[in-house]
Design a protein around this ligand. Structure first.
Ligand code: FAD
Length: 283
């Protein structure tokens, strides 16, 4: 884990996919900026020693995405499900973890900024970085998307292995369920889609290593995350009733896979705003 751990605070209670419309307010003051407003779904905000915050540094709403800047907010690290960080000058940062149906190995927080001071040095990109927060966010998202595709492959691999081992242990009608044709076809399709997902991810990774592949990062995220939903469902199905028990790992994989199509760019937004825009509008 990096030191200090850095959490990303882009999403707000009223705005998620429409990044250009973020509203958390950054007001210039002597030696820095004052942040006021709310963020939500900030993963690891409690444990983090640093929050990367997208904020509206220019109140002129006609500027749209050009009125956004990115700030690094330093804070103490906290265990547990809520925190309150008080700055010497009176600023207060509070957070509360949101209870979720899956992905429980990490916590995502609602975070409230009440007059939180950030020194000038913590404006990302220096003085020239003012107004460039939207572009920094988008550049970071491409990396987040291929990383999410890799996470989808991890959860698919785990689900596939459990499906294979269970099919070699569990009997029905006097036979191993892995001897039934239906199970074998399921496993073959799962292995095929897992292989396609993995190779597609490597191919996009190689493109990104050459400074390309921004649109392909959205494509691979869209494909692998949706595939992970299907594959973990099949793994659960092969487990029969035990697939639905909390004690069986595939039940967790199924829930964990579900969120992948939502964060780091919801699949509809990726399709519309990145993929279709690059392939169709650019022609
Ligand atoms: C577990 C978890 C962890 C997260 N971690 C972080 C984090 O660390 N930092 C952070 O900043 N955010 C984080 N997020 C937030 C995540 O990035 C957002 O939930 C996501 O961007 C979608 O935004 P939203 O929830 O506001 O949905 P909305 O933007 O309200 O969208 C709702 C639905 O409408 C669809 N939609 C929106 N616009 C369009 C359109 N133009 N055309 C068609 N459909 C559209 C969306 O695809 C979606 O299906 C996390 C979310 C979760 C669930």
């Amino acid at each position: 884990m990096g030191q200090p751990l850095c959490a990303i605070a882009v999403t707000e209670p009223d705005t998620g996919s429409d990044v250009a419309a973020m509203r958390l307010k950054a007001t210039k003051c002597e030696g820095g900026w004052i942040l006021d407003g709310a963020k939500t779904w900030c993963t690891m905000a409690g444990k983090a020693g640093l929050l990367l915050v997208l904020a509206r540094s220019n109140p002129d709403s006609s500027l749209g995405h050009k009125g956004l800047s990115m700030f690094l907010v330093e804070k103490d690290s906290y265990d547990g499900h809520d925190f309150e960080y008080r700055q010497p000058l009176g600023g207060v940062l509070t957070g509360r973890a949101i209870a979720t149906i899956g992905y429980r190995g990490m916590h995502s927080y609602e975070v409230f900024f009440d007059h939180v001071f950030v020194p000038d040095d913590n404006l990302v990109g220096g003085p020239e970085g003012e107004g460039k927060g939207f572009y920094f966010t988008m550049a970071g998202f491409a990396g987040g998307r291929i990383q999410t595709a890799a996470r989808a492959i991890g959860v698919m691999q785990a689900a596939f292995e459990k499906a294979v081992s269970y099919s070699q242990e569990r009997k029905a009608f006097g036979k191993l369920i892995g001897d039934f044709q239906r199970t074998r076809v399921k496993l073959a399709r799962m292995a095929t889609l897992l292989t396609v997902s993995r190779q597609f991810t490597y191919a996009v990774g190689r493109l990104m290593d050459q400074g390309k592949g921004q649109m392909e990062a959205s494509m691979v995220k869209l494909f692998t995350c949706r595939t992970a939903e299907w594959l973990t469902r099949e793994a659960m199905q092969i487990h029969g009733g035990m697939g639905y028990a909390e004690e069986t790992p595939v039940s967790r994989y199924f829930l964990d896979a579900r969120v992948l199509s939502i964060f780091e760019g919801a699949e509809e937004t990726l399709a519309l705003k990145v993929i279709a825009r690059s392939l169709i509008d650019a022609v």
